[in-house]
Ligand binder design. Structure first.
Ligand SMILES: [Zn+2]
Length: 494
């Protein structure tokens, strides 16, 4: 909520005086002095402070709790974040910052926790249109008998745009500010993401076999490199290579991808060791496990984002740690497709960076990162027999800072620090399911729901306010999604 807390009469008079004598640059853009318009001033401003020039910022966020996701694990109370030009320019106790800045807009979020925007490090956004289309099947029949035939029939730019917009609406309303996507027509998804204000890494798909999108591995790679050029200097959109999986991309294109990724300085995003069948088939076909093959092809390194990783030997965990490759854990998808269990605690103990993703709406069936991080924590405990495995704070790290690191964006997002982009999420904790509060990390990780996300900023732009999307036309997105859903259900092209 945007509050307007009137200052007292003295402040108003002092403001009028200062407005008359201060140079114009010291006044807020509205031309009003903080003493007449800026809310929530401390009641006891020292007299000398009244004469200090105030710095103007675009926005001030006064919050009850702050989870900066850097430094100590505990939440900070009564904090203020100052934002200018989409960058966090100051963070500190509200008592101190309120006397230092005047802002164009101020938000008093006194029931809320502010945290970095969630990073959904793996998904296939347009598949939101296939939510509930094919459930309760193992991976290969699910892919080969349901998903791929459906995509062969409906895949096109209109389908991709409608699905991406539906997914972005769901993600923003649930606190996701950055998503990584691997799907056909990444240029369309990039366009929708750019338009709707969210941050995205598009992993341009690469396969050996032809689809409606491209006819050969070379054509997929050429399309990917063109997209890299197109978004090379974009603030919020980055492009990676997205070879689908070791079993769908052969050695020659994989070597080319490894070489080009170095040359273009981009990431590689790939499903790896998703289930046991993948390993069995690879050993029969190649005589070695997929991760070893990727190592031989020189794909393993800090550019590599390995999604799933449910089948790992101890020496493979060491290999990942030595190479600096990242793992993206997708617990809901792994459970729903009965793929296996990613050994998250072992990976973290070995020093591997582990991020978190929802995977697609067809294998989840939601894009709810708060639900995903809770499930990740619970699964790690259940699997290890150790209730201390993957504590709340670490699960939150996976959904924020570690996600940012996996996408090569840690210097820009993933924590609330001066100099980072203002990708921020506020959750209203004054709800039955999140009261009382003893430990904010626990409250957010184990109790909070996506519906409690009240405000979302990406690069300082307010995209959700009071639980409502500000830029994306939700009604139109839902109508379009329903139109596609009706066509898909009827088996007809629309
Ligand atoms: Zn996937």
């Amino acid at each position: 909520m945007l509050t307007q807390c009137p200052g007292n009469a003295f402040q108003a008079a002092a403001g009028a005086l200062l407005a008359a004598i201060l140079p114009a640059w010291q006044l807020p853009r509205s031309g009003r002095s903080r003493y007449t318009a800026s809310p929530c001033l401390p009641k006891s401003l020292p007299m000398l402070d009244l004469l200090k020039p105030l710095l103007h910022v675009d926005s001030l966020l006064h919050v009850r709790w702050l989870l900066p996701m850097q430094g100590p694990a505990s939440a900070l109370s009564h904090q203020t974040v100052a934002i200018t030009d989409g960058i966090i320019v100051d963070v500190g106790p509200s008592q101190e910052l309120i006397g230092r800045y005047m802002a164009g807009r101020e938000y008093t979020l006194d029931r809320h926790v502010l945290m970095p925007g969630l990073v959904n490090a793996h998904g296939h956004a347009p598949m939101a249109l296939l939510r509930g289309f094919a459930d309760d099947l193992p991976l290969q029949p699910w892919l080969e008998q349901k998903i791929w035939p459906a995509e062969a029939k409906w895949l096109g730019e209109g389908y991709v745009a409608a699905g991406a917009r539906l997914a972005i609406a769901e993600m923003l309303l649930g606190g996701t500010t950055t998503f990584c996507d691997m799907y056909f027509h990444p240029e369309v998804i990039a366009g929708v993401a750019a338009e709707e204000g969210i941050r995205a890494q598009l992993a341009a798909p690469i396969l050996d076999f032809p689809t409606a999108f491209a006819g050969s591995a070379d054509e997929y790679i050429a399309k990917a490199t063109r997209l890299v050029d197109q978004y090379r200097h974009h603030d919020r959109i980055s492009v990676a290579f997205g070879p689908h999986a070791p079993y769908t991309v052969s050695n020659e294109p994989l070597r080319k991808i490894a070489m080009l990724a170095e040359e273009l300085d981009i990431s590689i995003h790939m499903h790896v060791h998703e289930n046991a069948q993948e390993i069995t088939d690879a050993r029969q076909r190649d005589g070695l496990r997929p991760l070893r093959r990727l190592k031989q092809l020189e794909l393993l390194g800090p550019r590599m984002q390995c999604v799933h990783m449910t089948q790992l030997l101890d020496d493979e965990i060491s290999l990942l740690a030595e190479s600096g490759a990242h793992v993206v854990h997708c617990p809901s998808s792994n459970l729903k497709l009965a793929s296996g269990f990613c050994p998250v605690s072992d990976l973290l103990a070995a020093g591997v960076n582990v991020a978190l993703g929802t995977d697609s709406c067809s294998s989840n069936n939601s894009l709810d990162m708060l639900a995903e991080l809770k499930l990740a924590a619970l699964l790690a405990k259940g699997r290890s027999g150790d209730a201390g495995a993957l504590p709340a704070w670490q699960a939150l790290q996976m959904a924020t800072r570690q996600g940012a690191r996996a996408l090569g964006l840690e210097d820009r997002i993933g924590s609330i620090e001066i100099g980072k982009q203002a990708d921020l999420v506020a959750l209203d904790l004054q709800e039955p399911r999140t009261q009382p509060i003893y430990d904010v990390n626990s409250t957010v990780a184990y109790s909070a729901a996506a519906s409690q996300v009240s405000h979302v900023w990406v690069q300082g732009q307010l995209l959700v306010t009071d639980h409502q999307l500000t830029r994306l036309d939700l009604e139109a997105a839902l109508q379009e999604a329903n139109r596609w859903g009706a066509g898909i259900a009827a088996g007809s092209l629309i």
